[in-house]
Design a protein around this ligand. Structure first.
Ligand SMILES: CC(C)(COP(=O)(O)OP(=O)(O)OC[C@H]1O[C@@H](n2cnc3c(N)ncnc32)[C@H](O)[C@@H]1OP(=O)(O)O)[C@@H](O)C(=O)NCCC(=O)NCCS
Length: 179
């Protein structure tokens, strides 16, 4: 399977084994670990290797998953974005994480809008897309707002954390952003 989604400044493609080190480097950044690590501290390389293996496996099991995001201008691996629904998840989530060298450019919403559009096109019966976001993750909440999501009021309890479910309904989203 080959998937390549092009936006103004980015390319979204399937994650590949060659992305392993870039993924680990991003996840080991303290600023990224502060929101994505269960302990809020950078995780061991071996744990992050397993995590990346699960991203590849998610595509095998579900037929969808996180995309690797490349910056068109440089070819650099800048982050990962995409639909994600591991066992026990409260719906198909659009998740996002970028290496902090690439924050502050508007890359997260640019990639997320493209991936939500892809997800709605893949699943014609999907009524809404969600994002599961910690209550103090204001950077991520800002991205959710930019891609048309609102706080639904639902809480997802995960590993001792109470996470807000942000969501966008299909019809409203497609009316706003188009297929
Ligand atoms: C969440 C995360 C992806 C947000 O990244 P970000 O770079 O801060 O967010 P954006 O891509 O929306 O960029 C925001 C800024 O880029 C700037 N920008 C520059 N050029 C831009 C452009 N062409 N278009 C839009 N914004 C642009 C703007 O100033 C904008 O700031 P503003 O929203 O205050 O106006 C990032 O903080 C991250 O990876 N965090 C760690 C992982 C994480 O928490 N993931 C989510 C778990 S729920």
């Amino acid at each position: 399977m080959t998937i390549r989604i092009e936006t103004d400044r980015l390319i979204l493609r399937l994650p590949e084994p060659r992305d392993t080190d870039a993924h680990i480097a991003m996840m080991q950044e303290p600023a990224v670990a502060a929101t994505l690590s269960p302990t809020k501290k950078p995780q061991a390389r071996s744990d992050l290797w397993r995590q990346f293996a699960s991203y590849l496996g998610h595509w095998q099991i579900r037929g969808f998953g996180f995309f690797s995001v490349e910056e068109k201008a440089t070819g650099a691996w800048v982050g990962r974005v995409g639909p994600w629904m591991p066992e026990g998840w409260p719906g198909i989530e659009c998740g996002w994480a970028f290496h902090s060298d690439y924050w502050g450019k508007g890359y997260a919403p640019e990639a997320a809008i493209a991936s939500v559009r892809w997800t709605f096109a893949q699943f014609p019966d999907l009524g809404r897309i969600i994002s599961v976001i910690e209550q103090n993750n204001t950077n991520s909440q800002a991205v959710a707002k930019k891609i048309g999501e609102e706080k639904s009021g639902e809480i997802f309890e995960y590993k001792g954390y109470r996470l807000d479910i942000w969501a966008a309904n299909r019809e409203a989203w497609l009316e706003w952003f188009g297929l």
